[in-house]
Design a protein around this ligand. Structure first.
Ligand SMILES: [Ca+2]
Ligand SMILES: [Ca+2]
Ligand SMILES: [Ca+2]
Ligand SMILES: [Ca+2]
Length: 493
């Protein structure tokens, strides 16, 4: 029996960002933290900061609750969990210890989110079932899996051992959700199929992949061995689903092609990309080799998925450009970023070395998608980071400026050293490559060490003004206590 390391050193969060006040203004209080938010006066000009820097200091914020919880490692729009017509958010905190050391947790906050909120003001806290579960490493809106009209949530816990050592798990929770909830009591508990599969490393709502009217789930298990050792897999689980099940018993397995492909490290519900009325998926295999390890590949998997099969079978394939790029580590679907009415893909490749060692970069790949596509010759490159910036460690698309065209958000580490962090926002439509120097806005972290932009996501419409809001995770922030972590809301224009 060989022994495998469940958590590789290079492990970073997997990212799938779903499509997502209108400029509330910060009003200074008696001290620098004592301000409040107010509805704005009519914004000057277009309402954008004159220097092109959007400072998170002035944005609504939620925090983790204990030292070194690093909440905000993942952030996601949750959909409308409580059915009040306003979208809600979920913030992952996999180092939270309420359920035991590294059991992890996720916080649900209902929209609207104004001012600066404590974790005690969360609408619900979902607590990892057992020590070491890493619950909240991945979190996502699940759509409406049980068809009751309330949005549902899915939480990954790839360290869970309920299904065997390192098997991992994903939890489905039906909205509405209030108070403290032990994930062991989730409406559905989906266990990794085998030891050390690391199921739940990534999770997402899949939309309705089989067209039965119920939303479905996709769960990544990057150490699944079906296609070769650590070839990885993604499981599609059709709603409705309740109770405890093994993923291979209740889901369809899309298995990676070769050893060490790490298929399913990132999974993403993509909406209906090919217009056949069935929703489609993205499955990234960040370890896939191309003239060397870890070039990465993104599979566009078209619904329906009727049986276990290779993830490459019948899928469009987008090849990473170079070894070590890790293309697809973060992915997002833009409803339309080029202005032709066809959905586009945003593919982050934080390991790309074009701008220096791990400067990173992001490709915008215009749809439609078919056959084999190659980032060397297809798509627009968005780059310009410095060495170590890992630009594209997170990506998101949403219509933030409300002009009907998707806007793009590129997150980064911004340097290997201590960093406040940053993300860059480009307004669509984009028709060619760009440098982040040409970005329309730079979203700037608050304090050195915050790591703002390590996670970004579309939040949906938290305040009901009809525009898309953004989320920026800052897991390094010490906003509440040292290393509590934080997540910021950037209200749409
Ligand atoms: Ca709501
Ligand atoms: Ca529901
Ligand atoms: Ca379905
Ligand atoms: Ca726009």
């Amino acid at each position: 029996m060989f022994v495998r390391v469940a958590i590789p050193i290079v492990l970073l969060l997997s990212g799938c960002a779903d499509p997502a006040p209108d400029g509330m203004a910060w009003v200074d209080g008696p001290d620098e933290r004592g301000g409040t938010y107010a509805e704005p006066e009519a914004p000057a000009g277009d309402g954008l900061p004159e220097d092109g820097v959007l400072r998170l200091d002035a944005m609504p914020r939620v925090t983790g609750d204990s030292e070194d919880d690093h909440a905000g490692w993942t952030v996601a729009g949750a959909g409308d969990i409580n059915g009040d017509g306003l979208d809600d958010i979920v913030v992952g905190s996999w180092e939270d210890a309420d359920g035991g050391e590294l059991a992890g947790a996720a916080f649900l906050f209902h929209g609207p989110i104004t001012g600066r909120l404590d974790p005690s003001e969360a609408s619900a806290k979902l607590v990892g079932a057992e020590p070491g579960d890493h619950a909240g490493w991945s979190v996502a809106a699940a759509g409406d899996v049980n068809g009751d009209g309330f949005g549902d949530l899915v939480v990954g816990a790839h360290g869970s051992e309920t299904g065997g050592s390192g098997a991992g798990a994903a939890y489905l929770l039906h909205g509405p959700l209030e108070g403290t909830i032990d994930l062991a009591d989730a409406d559905a508990v989906l266990l990794g199929a085998f030891w050390f599969d690391a199921a739940g490393i990534s999770v997402d709502g899949a939309g309705d992949v089989n067209g039965d009217g119920f939303d479905d789930l996709v769960v990544g298990a990057y150490q699944d061995d079906t296609g070769g050792r650590d070839a990885g897999a993604a499981f599609v689980v059709y709603g409705p689903v309740e109770g405890e099940h093994r993923l291979d018993e209740v889901g369809q397995r899309l298995s990676g092609v070769e050893e060490d492909d790490w298929a399913g490290y990132t999974v993403c519900g993509a909406g209906d990309l090919n217009g056949d009325g069935l929703d489609d998926l993205l499955v990234s295999a960040v370890g896939r080799a191309r003239e060397g390890a870890d070039a990465g590949v993104v599979y566009v998997v078209f619904g329906p998925v009727d049986s276990d099969r290779s993830v490459a079978s019948g899928s469009a394939v987008v090849l990473g450009a170079q070894a070590s790029d890790r293309a697809g580590h973060a992915v997002a679907v833009a409803e339309d970023a080029t202005g032709d009415g066809v959905p586009d893909l945003l593919i982050g490749a934080w390991g790309h070395d074009g701008g220096g060692d791990e400067a990173g970069g992001v490709w915008l790949v215009p749809g439609p998608f078919s056959g084999t596509m190659d980032l060397r010759s297809q798509g627009f490159f968005l780059g310009g980071g410095e060495p170590g910036d890992r630009l594209g460690v997170s990506v998101a698309a949403a219509d933030w400026n409300r002009d009907g065209v998707s806007d793009l958000v590129l997150g980064s580490l911004e340097g290997e050293g201590e960093s406040a962090g940053a993300a860059w926002l480009f307004f669509g439509p984009l028709a060619s490559g760009r440098s982040i120097d040409e970005a329309d806005l730079r979203i700037q972290g608050e304090v050195v060490g915050d790591r703002a932009g390590f996670a970004v996501a579309g939040a949906g419409d938290l305040d009901g003004d009809g525009g898309d809001d953004l989320l920026v995770g800052a897991h390094g922030a010490s906003s509440a206590v040292e290393g509590s972590g934080a997540a910021y809301v950037v209200p749409g224009l």
